[in-house]
Design a protein around this ligand. Structure first.
Ligand SMILES: [Zn+2]
Length: 511
């Protein structure tokens, strides 16, 4: 007897349809899976057998062959347990009415006692289900909310194998899962942190606003305890609200990484990821034996915060270059390569020296000049090249700490950022880029013309202050963003001089 079940597997953040054929034949007990199954798929034999028996069904003691097609794509993970089990039960007539099997995708890992356990990637799989004109998807109940975000697909959450058998045999009816996307989009916005929590640091806050407005990467240099992390965490609260498309794209990444819970099926706040400096390359960039998105992709459409930047392995910082440049990472595998999106705003923080107090007037720095030089040299030039804005975050004075005035809220700052972004959308309409930070050198020439006074100032900065040539184009881009925040069109000397201030590393450390 032969049966055919539909399932789906993930490649990158997209999914493709899979056919699972099960053939049961008289003969000595034998159970083989073919079609390039990986380790976890092979192990599924034992789980499937135990689950079928423990749920009180008959496991055929004959030859069983399971074929996963298409054969030329590597299948990974344990999500095929449920479709394989259903295929066996259908092939030996324990599932009788097969009409649902022709219209539904099955997905789920089985535990030995027959419970259906959650899997990764339910959202892109539901999307593949719709794109392939399937009626619906039967999957673990915990994955139902994220899958139900996709419209026009019947999503049926299940808890046990026997529930699936009953459902397919018409013995029970299960209602499709439903989610209210509009309610999710509006209700889940995180209001627990706000820029008004941060006292003082007006200069840093202004620089952050400029960075957010133009999509510029940012580096904060300051002694321990000056609030660099506190500032960084609040950056997502002033970035423009996520569009629905951005939300879906980011949710797909988190779905593939298996990070969505039933309570948070849709990512509606811009992600803020802050990996520790001991993170592996695979953890940062993505990959691993069963490929998963790394931190650069988990922060897609949000902020990637690297605290203690010089402590990261040099190699880790080198591998950041591709995602920073292209907005995506490609991971090569034996048979194929996988691409994950990774468009994030990079925010980094570091101490000014080994002891941390080089720029602090109240503490004495105990580092030698050579030590300071070595410490700064740890961050690679090419990475620094992709950071438009660097600022010093000074220790707060007593007056600032004791200040009772309330600062601006994130909502107020976000309004200005939104307005500046709208100007950029118009400027770059029809091109591939969205914000000033992404301008090419040609676009800089077109969009960042400066007057004679600004030219003289830039000349002085480069000749006398020792600003590097590579800093030049960054200054022009940032100056453009400053005019966008102001709502003016001409770049004037005050805009250029503010932008020069945001090249603190060039001035301070001259390396
Ligand atoms: Zn020091």
């Amino acid at each position: 007897m032969l049966s055919k079940i539909y399932s789906s597997a993930i490649l990158g953040i997209d999914a493709y349809l899979l056919e699972i054929e099960v053939d049961i034949h008289p003969g000595l007990p034998y159970f083989a899976t073919v079609g390039l199954p990986d380790g976890a798929v092979k192990e599924s034999k034992d789980r499937v057998k135990a689950a079928i028996k423990n749920m009180g069904y008959n496991f055929p003691g004959t030859r069983i062959t399971v074929n996963l097609a298409p054969a030329d794509v590597k299948k990974e993970g344990s999500a095929f347990d449920l479709p394989i089990a259903a295929g066996i039960l259908a092939a030996n007539n324990q599932i009788l009415d097969g009409h649902m099997l022709k219209e539904y995708i099955l997905l789920g890992e089985l535990s030995l006692d027959g419970r259906v356990k959650p899997v990764r990637g339910a959202l892109p799989i539901a999307a593949a289900c719709r794109d392939n004109h399937m009626a619906g998807i039967i999957l673990p109940r915990d994955n139902a909310p994220e899958a139900a975000i996709v419209s026009d697909v019947r999503v049926i959450g299940v808890e046990t194998l026997s529930q699936v058998v009953e459902l397919l045999n018409g013995g029970i009816v299960l209602e499709p899962a439903a989610v209210d996307i509009n309610a999710m989009l509006s209700a889940l916005v995180d209001l627990s942190i706000d820029f008004s929590d941060v006292k003082g640091q007006e200069h840093a806050k202004r620089a952050i606003e400029v960075a957010a407005a133009g999509g510029h990467n940012l580096l904060m240099v300051g002694a321990p305890g000056t609030g660099k992390t506190m500032l960084a965490k609040r950056i997502p609260t002033i970035l423009p609200a996520m569009t629905f498309e951005e939300s879906i794209e980011t949710t797909k990444v988190h779905s593939v990484a298996g990070m969505l819970g039933t309570r948070r099926p849709l990512v509606v706040n811009r992600p803020f990821r802050s990996p520790h400096h001991t993170i592996s390359d695979a953890g940062l960039i993505g990959g691993g034996p069963i490929p998963r998105p790394g931190e650069v992709s988990l922060s897609h459409n949000g902020v990637l915060f690297l605290d203690e930047l010089p402590e990261f392995k040099k190699n880790a910082l080198e591998v950041l270059r591709q995602p920073l440049e292209d907005g995506r990472v490609t991971i090569s595998r034996a048979l194929t390569s996988i691409t994950y999106p990774s468009r994030f705003m990079l925010v980094a923080a570091m101490n000014p020296c080994l002891c941390g107090y080089y720029t602090d007037p109240k503490h004495e720095c105990t580092c030698t000049p050579l030590q300071i030089q070595r410490y700064m040299a740890k961050i690679s030039g090419p990475l620094l090249d992709r950071i438009d804005i660097h600022i010093e975050v000074p220790p707060l004075s007593y007056k600032e700490l004791a200040d009772r005035c309330t600062s601006e809220t994130s909502a107020v700052i976000q309004k200005r950022v939104d307005a500046a972004r709208r100007i950029q959308h118009q400027r770059f309409a029809g091109s591939k880029i969205h914000c000033n930070a992404q301008m090419s050198s040609r676009q800089i020439r077109n969009h960042c013309q400066v007057d004679a006074a600004s030219h003289r100032l830039l000349e002085q900065a480069i000749d006398k202050l020792g600003l590097s040539a590579r800093a030049y184009s960054r200054i022009l881009k940032v100056a453009r963003t400053i005019t966008d925040l102001e709502g003016t069109s001409d770049i004037r000397i005050e805009h250029v001089s503010e932008a020069i201030q945001y090249r603190s590393l060039d001035r301070q450390f001259r390396f």
